[in-house]
Design a protein around this ligand. Structure first.
Ligand SMILES: Nc1ncnc2c1ncn2[C@@H]1O[C@H](COP(=O)(O)OP(=O)(O)OP(=O)(O)O)[C@@H](O)[C@H]1O
Ligand SMILES: [Mg+2]
Length: 421
């Protein structure tokens, strides 16, 4: 196992386009790191540079204590699973999993032992003599995974390994991968653009935009304390709502009404004129369902609801609002970049399923304004990120990871040859 350390990594393809632009990222030994971002942001390119399938234009790539910029892929001792994994159709499951060990000319008894262990871990034992064509999609995926982990590599690299599977299987495989990674404790970098995978699989998530690293943190940190507009809009579904607002003395004037700010936030935006206020869908509620005590903690606004969607466990309501044309255009651009189909001059709010709000109603909504973030519309910077809260989340994430490692890690087995010595 090994840490992966990237320092100022740049990748320019032949046409000079910087697909990865000055990325510095430390993946700790045993850590599960997720790389996310919209299509074309450089995720696969970065992964391929770690494995050695792509030359590094500039910067330094270290695996454990070794600079690997010039080291051939097969000497890096890494294992990669691609989106379009290919199994050998004429070989049994057993031989498919054993393949990397055969290449490395391992003795038969070692091959047998490792394949058996791997098959047990992946619940493939009863399928070992079958051919890939006779397996289900999920079983095939597990064979591909088995081939990657049988080799006891220093790190696993996954490039959207589940994107070929249907939703249900994806869910199953997701939990399986998470469990497996925790048990094996092997450093893992996992590329996805699936929200759920990004939020649930990793210890930390790195968000890329046009080749530039935006933020690295625990899923919770990215969700609760995004460092800029892009991360705020990218993480979470439905996306965070962004409302244009003017800064007044200690509060914000938004198209939906007045948002009070606490002292910390008021100080952070003092002297500004126009800002963007970010508020997540779940921080709205049907005001008629909110206790007086809760009411006092936020703002109650009157709004006209355009469309409603009752989903059983919650109710989405779409609330259009007015925005100045320049900001509306900016929000549209952001929306396009995020591959979002959300129209940016309407708020999407997630209410309690008990709400009786109907499309066309003019209604009272409660907003948990204390949870709002304020962004600089020019730079996208989150002006009100709470560094104290960030530090607290960081410590919590570290503790959780250590506890999990203690509980689930399998002790690395002693190699048969060393044990005999
Ligand atoms: N061989 C290549 N030659 C030139 N440009 C390339 C090459 N491969 C990728 N690119 C460009 O580099 C950028 C990053 O591509 P990359 O495949 O890393 O994106 P990605 O984040 O993995 O996207 P996706 O989610 O669609 O897989 C893209 O703009 C792409 O057009
Ligand atoms: Mg890709």
């Amino acid at each position: 196992m090994a840490a992966i350390t990237m320092k100022n990594i740049v990748k320019q393809y032949g046409d000079g386009f910087p697909a990865v632009n000055d990325v510095s990222l430390d993946v700790q030994d045993g850590e599960f790191m997720i790389l996310v971002g919209p299509s074309g942001c450089g995720k696969s390119t970065l992964l391929r540079m770690i494995v050695g399938l792509e030359d590094i234009t500039s910067g330094e790539m270290r695996i454990a204590d070794r600079v690997v910029n010039k080291i051939a892929p097969r000497e890096r001792n890494l294992s990669m699973v691609f989106q379009n994994y290919a199994l050998y159709p004429h070989l049994t499951v057993y031989e498919n999993i054993a393949f990397p060990l055969r290449l490395a000319k391992k003795p038969d008894d070692e091959v047998a032992r490792r394949v058996k262990e791997t098959a047990e871990l992946l619940e493939l034992t009863e399928h070992l003599e079958r051919k890939p064509a006779n397996l289900s999609g999920g079983q095939r995926q597990r064979v591909a995974m088995g081939r990657a982990i049988v080799r006891q590599a220093d790190a696993f690299l996954f490039d959207e390994p589940l994107s070929n599977l249907d939703a249900k299987l994806r869910g199953q495989m997701r939990t399986e991968i998470a469990r497996l990674q925790k048990r094996l404790g092997v450093t893992t970098v996992y590329v996805t653009h699936d929200q759920t995978e990004a939020m649930t699989l990793g210890d930390r998530v790195a968000v890329l935009r046009r080749g530039v690293l935006q933020q690295v943190g625990s899923p919770r940190e990215l969700y609760e304390e995004p460092s800029n507009l892009f991360v705020a809009g990218f993480i979470g579904s439905p996306s965070m709502n962004f409302l244009p607002a003017t800064v007044a003395d200690g509060h914000l004037e938004t198209p939906l009404g007045r948002f009070e700010m606490d002292e910390r936030k008021a100080a952070a935006v003092a002297g500004r004129d126009v800002v963007l206020v970010g508020i997540r869908p779940e921080h709205f509620e049907d005001a008629s369902l909110v206790s007086d005590e809760k009411r006092a903690r936020g703002a109650v606004v009157r709004a006209r609801v355009d469309v409603t969607e009752w989903l059983g466990n919650e109710l989405y309501a779409y609330v259009p609002y007015e925005a100045p044309e320049d900001l509306a255009a900016q929000l549209r651009d952001l929306s396009r970049e995020l591959d979002s189909d959300q129209l940016r001059t309407q708020a999407v709010v997630a209410l309690d399923a008990a709400s009786m709000i109907n499309a066309g109603d003019e209604t009272e909504l409660w907003i948990d304004t204390g949870r709002a973030h304020v962004f600089d519309p020019a730079t996208g910077e989150n002006l009100t990120r709470d560094e104290e809260h960030v530090a607290k989340l960081g410590r919590r994430a570290d503790q959780a990871r250590q506890a999990q490692q203690r509980a689930q890690r399998i002790e690395p087995e002693t190699d048969a040859t060393t044990a005999a010595d």
